[in-house]
Design a protein around this ligand. Sequence first.
Ligand code: SF4
Ligand code: SF4
Length: 151
Amino acid sequence: MAQRTRAVKKTSRKRGKDASRTPAGSTGAKTGVWSGSGTKCVDCEALCCKYISVEIDAPEDQESVDHLRWFLYHDKVSIYIQDGQWHLCVDVRCKQLKDDKKCRIHYDKPDICKGHGTDECEFGNPDFKLDAEFKDWDDLRTYLKRQGFPQ
Ligand code: SF4
Ligand code: SF4
């Protein structure tokens, strides 16, 4: 089988997200509603525990674009750019997330979870922005065309 994951570099976890994300190419982000008092996570639906995200290389040639096309043909997969860095995102709920929105393994959760704070997450943050987001191949193809990427 061909080497199918060569573009993946390392894990990243900087964004929360919800069901109403922004259109491809938009620089805005839906941030959810935070009452402004108490702990943000209480008002949030545990957005950051319902996806995984990895940094990937920006496409440089037709082969790497074709890898991204393959990614985007899959359910629950999207690609976004944040601060110039490309990310592959998969909308999947963590198995350790309980129905009460608490973490089943709070005291032994992965370092990436320990390092994720409310200051950097999307929820209740009107300044949170993505450079672009692609929910499917058509989104990305349109973006690349707009950027003058050879088709
Ligand atoms: S860190 Fe942010 S995205 Fe995660 S549960 Fe708390 S408010 Fe929601
Ligand atoms: S391990 Fe806990 S904190 Fe980390 S994603 Fe899963 S439920 Fe959330």
